[in-house]
Write a protein that binds this ligand. Sequence first.
Ligand code: PMP
Length: 435
Amino acid sequence: EALKNEDLFKMNLDFEMFFTRNIYRRIRDCWNRPIASAPGAYTDLVDRVSDDCNWTFRYTGTKTNCLNLGSYNYLGFAENTGPCADAAYQSTLDYGAGTCSPARELGTLDVHKKLEALVARFVGKPAALVFGMGFATNSMNIPALMGKGCLIVSNELNHASIVTGAKLSGATVKVFKHNSVKSLEAILRRAVTDGQPRTHRPWRKILILVEGVYSMEGSLAPLPEIVQLKKKYKAYVYLDEAHSIGAMGPTGRGVCEYWGVDPADIDIMMGTFTKSFGAAGGYIAANQDVINYLRGASHSTTYAASVPAPVAQQIITSMTIIMGDDGTKEGEKRVAQLLDNSRYFRQRLTEMNFIVYGNEDSPVVPILLYEPGKVTSFSRELLKKKIAVVVVGFPATSIVEARARICLSASHTRDMLDYALKEINEVGDLLLLKK
Ligand code: PMP
């Protein structure tokens, strides 16, 4: 209590220095590692040596080609060959690499209009709007939809972009336990009944914020139950499909298709293009009134540049393939391959006695490492075998739930997966990770 602001500031700096000099220096080979190729099934990791404590690195000029189990390249469209790359290349020649303007000024291109119509058709909503960045799609649109006097009910493990949007909105935010329908209902019931006369509705709007597939858990939102509650308590649902659009459901249309939920029952469908489409940016799909309103009210259409044309073209081409509108079965094949890979990989890990989180059909497969110290060892041992994985620990997870987060891809072959499984099995024995 006796500490002044300056003392706290100083302590914080001291901690930063301590962390950078003593801890991060020893483990930083596991993060912030540049790659020098497309984030495909294989990718080139740039070799480097660290030579000071200021987050700068000396690069050796050599690279290591690694099997990539870390990028969100669910359907294999991040590869730099094929129809998507060709279309993006042609689009760069036609439009250049940037739009140099927000959508509301000179930044709306004819390809954006085409893309918005395609997104709306793909996800099954009347209209859609696209934005230059997935993070900003949440953090800038939630505040446009909600404000003072509104209630947001948010899953405790929602992504930072959703949490930021909720905070910025000025609405009251209540958090429910991860995927607990009971916890969600308890909050909704209290919100509309506690101390209120029967006829009075205390909140201007109530919005339930959930994700389709949770990116650190591999778990799925229990959408049918959430829709029932939304109807019972007259709330709205905002669904972030960053990790599920393209990757879940028999035709890749996301968790609504997976659960058999009518898209009409989800008020706001949000998603990003950085995963299944191998591109960048985000979308909101909703009814025409909401889209018209957001086109004017969202900060991301007014104060941020729109999606570059080659990126939009990459999305249009990959989405067209997923929908089968290119006249081939390629999209269907990729969606089926991803599911097959996800089930196979998860099942084999379970048979090896690893503890694996998440839904059996999810392409996100978190392998539990428990102890923070094993996070770096797991990453390093696999890098020795030329396998790149993403490892995460506190504060992104609880202190005892450090994990490796594997993302599967349709472009992984069975041979690649078997190689990875063999090596992970050995590292699991070495680090005593199994049940
Ligand atoms: N929502 C979720 C659920 C995410 O996981 C992410 C990022 N992985 C985002 C939004 C932000 O998307 P982007 O990386 O495309 O900006």
